[in-house]
Design a protein around this ligand. Structure first.
Ligand code: ASP
Ligand code: MG
Length: 421
């Protein structure tokens, strides 16, 4: 059995769904297909949550209608024959969501978020499953919330592995179908409240299901041919990596490469399941294989990762005490309290620097540092990470640019740079 994950971009239009059908109908083995919400639906639903929570009913209604219209335009082009009531099934989901949005919101934002945003995946999988069935591709739609169980940490729920291990095999038996279709990104608590696993969590769902069901392979279908040595939108002549190790994939995700969700690797590595990142346009090309295979040459080419909108904060104890001996613990306590996304740290005898993502909490972090430290900071910076660097790749990234901080380990060089523009 193989697991496939189709992301939102692969099913963002009727042509996308038709392409999905072509791939699936040519594939003759047992498969479990995990699908995200169509296109940018999750972002749109996030805005609805915001308006819902702030009681902006008109905006809720307006955006709800937009999301509905977007999906029904796709349904229209797919021209369902509706013999088995496909349209009603899709409409029912929108009605359910609309009914929910008419009620007053509770006081728990994350809870409301999960109840609402999950409809993106419920709707996309319903449309696709119905379309496949009408086209003669037998498949079974599974509501994953009944089987993938999580705690109630809404917005970023943790998987209850023990319970999920018991329940998931009961849903995907392959007794009466070759193809299962289910939602990525969402789960359910033991009391059947809907949860989500964190943004872009569908890859992670695919990995969880592969682990529990002992899949032979996982394929993540993308709009790029595989994992590239840089984001092609940034470096147009980026090259594809043929094979990388699980460890390399985790490092890349950690440093900010957006191709795979950071949590995805652990469940497949545990069962030694190979993962292919490949194109949904050129489905038959192998893409990038992620496995425990020995790191061969291709991975030794430099890999570039860019993180924009960075802030570099440098602090120095007002009393000139040593950072390591006397201050490290309190510095990290302050960091833990304000939870910035820390991408790099460095210290000297009496100074400490951290490069973080720009976000709302920065002001309070700086304010607290200012009590015992002299604080300097720069914003609008860029953090560039080069895995497997060499002289040329460093030159390519840093030449003619103002470097505020650099750090090198055996495999990785990182530069905090002023932006050119
Ligand atoms: N639809 C969700 C999101 O956009 C999950 C995913 O795409 O993986 O975050
Ligand atoms: Mg998505």
């Amino acid at each position: 059995m193989n697991v496939f994950k189709f992301g939102g971009a692969s099913v963002n239009s009727a042509e996308g769904v038709q392409n999905f059908y072509k791939i699936v109908q040519s594939y003759k083995e047992e498969s479990l297909i995990v699908v995200s919400a169509m296109g940018k639906t999750t972002n749109a639903l996030e805005q609805i949550v915001d308006h819902f929570f702030h009681k902006e009913n008109d905006l809720v209604q307006k955006q709800f209608e937009e999301v509905k219209a977007y999906h029904f335009e796709i349904v229209e082009v797919l021209s369902f024959n509706n013999k088995a009531g496909s349209i009603e099934k899709i409409e029912n989901l929108f009605n359910e969501l609309n009914t929910y949005l008419q009620k007053p919101a509770s006081l728990n934002y994350e809870f409301e978020y999960d109840q609402i945003v999950a409809y993106g995946e419920l709707i996309s999988t319903t449309i696709i499953s119905e379309y496949l069935r009408e086209k003669g591709v037998k498949n079974k739609w599974i509501d994953i919330r009944r089987y993938l169980k999580t705690n109630d940490n809404f917005g970023e729920a943790k998987v209850d592995w023990e319970l999920s291990r018991k329940l998931i095999p009961t849903a995907f038996t392959f007794n009466d179908t070759f193809i299962y279709l289910t939602q990525g990104f969402i789960g359910g608590t033991t009391s059947n409240l809907t949860t989500t696993l964190g943004r872009e969590g569908s890859d992670y769902t695919a990995a969880i299901l592969a682990n529990i069901l002992d899949a032979e392979e996982v394929s993540i279908l993308k709009d790029v041919p595989g994992i590239m040595n840089a984001d092609p939108k940034w470096i147009p002549d980026a090259k594809q990596l043929k094979r990388i190790s699980y460890q390399e994939a985790i490092e890349l995700a950690f440093f900010g490469a957006k191709v795979i969700h950071p949590k995805t690797i652990q469940p497949i590595r545990e069962k030694n399941i190979p993962m292919f990142v490949r194109s949904f346009i050129d489905f038959n090309k192998q893409g990038t294989m992620v496995s425990n295979a020995p790191i061969e040459k291709s991975v030794k080419m430099p890999i570039f990762i860019q993180k924009k909108n960075q802030i570099l904060i440098s602090i120095r104890p007002k009393n000139y005490s040593f950072v390591i001996e006397e201050n490290l613990c309190s510095i990290f306590e302050i960091i833990a309290k304000h939870k910035p996304k820390v991408n790099l740290t460095q210290n000297s005898a009496i100074s400490f620097s951290l490069c973080i993502d720009n976000s709302k909490n920065i002001d309070s972090l700086i304010k607290e540092f200012k009590i015992d430290y002299e604080v300097r900071y720069n914003n609008k910076l860029e953090l560039i990470t080069i895995r497997h660097y060499d002289d040329d790749s460093i030159k390519q990234m840093t030449e003619g640019r103002n470097t505020l901080l650099e750090q090198k380990s055996r495999d990785t060089a990182q530069y905090v740079l002023e932006c050119n523009s």
